[in-house]
Structures are given as structure tokens and as C-alpha cells.
Design a protein around this ligand. Structure first.
Ligand code: SAM
Length: 244
């Protein structure tokens, strides 16, 4: 006999997780605009960028801050609003909330109270980078940001055994060091740097780790960057820079 409890009727409130653009405002979805317009409580990781976004789409709405350091304090208030039937929407500074951004604790707390959680899909740097990288898309591992110090080498060593494409977020200040570390631990693996996605200076830099490492000593990259690393099952015959 199953002991699975049947959950009680769902609470009335809804928690929406709305994706916003990662650079190009035309990537905002109609649905995200509608949901934000209709939401009772808008939570934003960065209130200034949210204000700019709302202004662009002619939405006037109070913005409540919700970021990594006030998450714990905010959750009881948000849950109370949800349990009394309010619609709450969480947005990140850019892209999809919870993807290397805050929100996971709130989603878990909402699920525990049987509150509906609805994603509004849209832009995210990880998938935009992957699909245009040329690296295999059938299997991939998203690692978010690598640890800066403790556990960094171990993490890279573990990742170096992965058969699928690896995807890492990185800041432009650390890109040179990270590509150098990838070369040290993975060897001369094929990598792709996806920079400034959806923006004016969007660029894909493709090649082998040692070569790209050398290039980065001569050229300082600016803007936002995703690093993609070929997995162990990647064959060099698939690489894009064959020179043909
Ligand atoms: N939630 C976001 C998403 O869905 O992609 C990611 C937020 S995370 C704090 C920021 C990191 O995402 C940046 O350091 C960069 O690695 C990556 N990123 C965000 N926007 C990007 C863009 N337009 N081009 C390249 N990378 C981007």
C-alpha cells in the first residue's frame, strides 16, 4: 500500500519565475510582460536594472528587492503574501532566475507550502551559448561559477572527466586565469568563449585552450562571458576551426 500523502488543495497564490533578457531587450517575452503587469508583488534581484526594464516596457510597479543576502529575511513576507492569494513574480538582474542567481530557497519554501510555482521561460546565457557554440548539445553539464579558491582544482579535475559539453560562467576579470587553469588541468581541450551574447559586440572565440590562453595575454576581454569546454567524448574531427 502506498503511503504517499495526497497534497491538500493548492494555496491560491502563484509564484512566477520570469526570465528577462540577457542584453537585448527584444528578447523579453510577451508572457513575461503580461505576468509582470499583473503581478501583485514584483521581486527583483537588482532593483535598478528592474526599474530600467519596467520603464522600457511602460510598466509601473513597485519593485521589492530580493537578492542573495536578504533572501532569508524576505521569504516569510513573500510566503505570507502567497498564502493570502497574491501573485508574486521573481526576476533576476538578467536571464532566468535561479540560474546562478537567487530564488532556489524561495521555490523550495513555496513548494513545501503547496504553492504553485510557474516558470516563464526566456533568455539564459547557458543555453544561448551552448546552441551556437558548435559543441555537442545532446549532453552537457552546467557548473555555474567555478569556486575561486577552495575546491577549485578538485572541481576542475572532476569536470575534466565529463563526457558531455561543460559550461561555466565567468567574469571578464578572471577569464585569463580560468582559461589558463583549464589548460593546466584538462590539457589542450577545445573550448569556446561566448561573449556579450545578444548584444552589439557578441562574439564566439573558438579554439584550443593553449592557443586561446595565449590570445588572452594579448587581448583583454570585456563584458560577460560563458566558457564552454569540449567533453571527453568530443572528437577533434568535429571542431570548427579546421582551417578549410
Ligand atoms: N541568470 C543568468 C542566466 O540565466 O544566464 C545568469 C546570471 S549570472 C549572475 C551572470 C553570468 O552569466 C555572467 O558572469 C556571464 O558568465 C553569464 N552571462 C550573463 N549574460 C551574458 C551575456 N549576455 N553574454 C555572455 N554571458 C552572459
Amino acid at each position: 500500500m502506498s503511503h504517499t500523502k495526497i497534497p491538500p488543495a493548492q494555496a491560491d497564490g502563484i509564484l512566477y519565475l520570469a526570465s528577462t533578457p540577457i542584453g537585448n531587450l527584444d528578447d523579453m517575452t510577451f508572457r513575461a510582460i503580461k505576468v509582470i503587469q499583473e503581478t501583485d508583488i514584483l521581486l527583483a534581484e537588482d532593483t535598478r536594472s528592474a526599474a530600467r526594464l519596467l520603464k522600457h516596457f511602460n510598466i509601473s510597479k513597485k519593485i521589492h528587492s530580493y537578492y542573495a543576502y536578504n533572501e532569508d529575511k524576505r521569504i516569510p513576507f513573500v510566503l505570507q503574501e502567497l498564502l493570502s492569494g497574491r501573485i508574486v513574480t521573481l526576476i533576476s538582474e538578467a536571464g532566468t532566475p535561479l540560474i546562478s542567481d537567487p530564488g532556489h530557497k524561495l521555490v523550495v519554501a513555496a513548494i513545501h507550502r503547496n504553492i504553485r510555482v510557474i516558470p516563464i521561460p526566456g533568455a539564459s546565457a547557458v543555453l544561448a551559448a551552448l546552441v551556437a557554440s558548435g559543441l555537442p548539445t545532446s549532453r552537457f553539464v552546467f557548473e555555474g561559477f567555478l569556486p575561486r579558491k577552495k575546491g577549485r582544482t578538485k572541481t576542475l579535475e572532476n569536470l575534466s572527466k565529463e563526457p558531455g559539453t561543460l559550461i561555466v560562467y565567468e567574469s571578464p576579470y578572471r577569464i585569463e586565469k580560468t582559461v589558463e587553469d583549464i589548460g593546466k588541468i584538462f590539457g589542450n581541450r577545445y573550448i569556446v568563449l561566448a561573449r556579450e551574447l545578444t548584444k552589439k559586440f557578441e562574439e564566439f572565440i573558438r579554439g584550443y585552450a593553449f592557443d586561446i590562453s595565449r590570445q588572452l595575454t594579448q587581448r583583454r576581454l570585456k563584458g560577460e562571458i560563458v566558457i564552454l569546454i569540449a567533453g571527453t567524448q568530443y572528437h577533434s574531427s568535429e571542431d570548427i576551426n579546421t582551417g578549410e
